[in-house]
Design a protein around this ligand. Structure first.
Ligand SMILES: [Fe+2]
Length: 250
């Protein structure tokens, strides 16, 4: 098909494909940085594998756009959109890039410990995966609506790859959090504290009886709510110094 004959339907598909392409190119950079920072072998390997997948996805998206009469454009620092005829108008990823710059690809030393830093990077990877999944859901819906089976299949395949990475990342959270606790909390403070539990349940009983009388008095006063929240905050931070005796002992 001559490029000048590219119909409007393909322009719609190219628009969404190109936005996903911008995201994938962005992640190629972010994943490379994440790999350098990752300490856990399972995470490092997962990120390395996903970088390969991401590069293949970028290529696949660019190829599909070309077949549809468009051209991949990852951002303002690359050559501008190659407009194929009047019908295809590629949407550049200026906004995508600006967002990436604002979030920062990876911040190497933002955590309070090595494990905390790694955990934060995993959390960032997770929202990136969620964003990619959203892109592929949109592309699949567009392709379904326009009866483009090939693009729908590509979107479905890539979405599943992102979901698989998302699961791998989710599995990292609990062990990483254990490592954070090990690094940041002295061993004597890691278990449950019966003293704090009983204090909390006493305050829960007390505040619950106050709330129910408030509720029965229809909505209650804001000053009481404020006092109650101050009291809760004080208990949470352990700043209450004068516990009132609940009962007289004799
Ligand atoms: Fe991806």
């Amino acid at each position: 098909m001559a490029q000048s004959e590219t119909p409007a339907r393909d322009a719609v598909l190219v628009k969404y494909l190109n936005e996903a392409y911008g995201k994938e190119k962005q992640l190629e950079t972010a994943l490379t940085a994440q790999i350098a920072l990752a300490k856990r072998p399972q995470l490092k390997k997962g990120l390395q594998d996903h970088l390969k997948v991401t590069k293949a996805q970028s290529k696949g998206l660019a190829k599909r756009m070309k077949e549809l009469g468009g051209k991949a454009d990852a951002g303002p620092d690359l050559p501008g959109p190659d407009v194929a005829g009047d019908a295809v108008v590629l949407v550049g990823n200026v906004a995508n890039r600006a967002l990436a710059a604002a979030k920062g690809p990876v911040q190497a030393l933002r955590g309070t410990s090595e494990a905390d830093n790694e955990l934060r990077n995993v959390r960032d990877c997770l929202w990136n995966e969620a964003e990619e999944i959203a892109h592929y859901n949109v592309i699949e819906a567009a392709a379904d609506a326009l009866k483009d089976r090939e693009t729908a299949k590509l979107a479905r395949t890539y979405r599943r790859q992102e979901e698989s990475m998302q699961k791998l990342l989710e599995r990292q959270i609990a062990p990483l959090m254990k490592a954070v606790v090990k690094e940041e909390v002295p061993s004597g403070e890691r278990g449950s504290s019966s003293r704090r539990s009983s204090s909390r349940s006493a305050s829960t009983r007390s505040s619950s009886s106050r709330s129910s009388s408030s509720r029965s008095a229809a909505s209650g006063s804001s000053s009481r709510r404020s006092a109650s929240s101050k009291s809760t905050a004080a208990k949470t931070t352990g700043t209450r110094t004068k516990p009132k005796p609940r009962k007289k002992s004799s």
